[in-house]
Design a protein around this ligand. Sequence first.
Ligand code: G3P
Length: 217
Amino acid sequence: MKFFIDTANLEQIKDAQDMGILDGVTTNPSLMAKEGITGTDNIMKHYVEICNIVEGDVSAEVIATDFEGMVREGEALAELHDQIVVKLPMIKDGIKACKYFSDRGIRTNLTLVFSAGQALLAAKAGATYVSPFIGRLDDISTDGLNLIAEIRHIYDNYAFETQILAASVRHTMHVIDCAKLGADVMTGPLSSITGLLRHPLTDSGLEKFLADYKKGN
Ligand code: G3P
């Protein structure tokens, strides 16, 4: 299972990268705005900075919602760095742009996916990644994890190569449940990764080992 971090915060990206377990980064316009990164030039520079920190894929989202605009923006993003994956919205022109890019060997991530039907379309269009937003489904009393299971089932039926990127992951149990269901990737905040470290028996056990060592030395 690949671990992506869902942030545009460089310190958090470095922190996860330093642990040696990071496989990539996802961003979106909201995450960029949260870090105060505004304006096309600054946003483009920020993507390059992120690519220089991590070794894996970095999803960079288009703003355009029409086919020609998505192609123009996506090509400019893809030229920034070979780690860039063009992130496209799950709308009709997004699917069309996804097919355009996949035909040309440019990797894509179909975002804002909330149904199995949308995920099926993403796979048909040759998306590299599909991003079902599980946390936002949970927010409206719908089982986000069930969507991961549905997509896994459908993709396995036809050996679709599109990778299921569980997005809008909010906490450690989302990560563990996505791993059980066979999501290829999860993207979440740093806390959803570092939270996996914690166990009180690890802390008390280590404390005891160190105390016993000190007694004999
Ligand atoms: O990966 C998608 C993500 O950025 C959305 O997360 O927590 O805003 O639903 P959230």
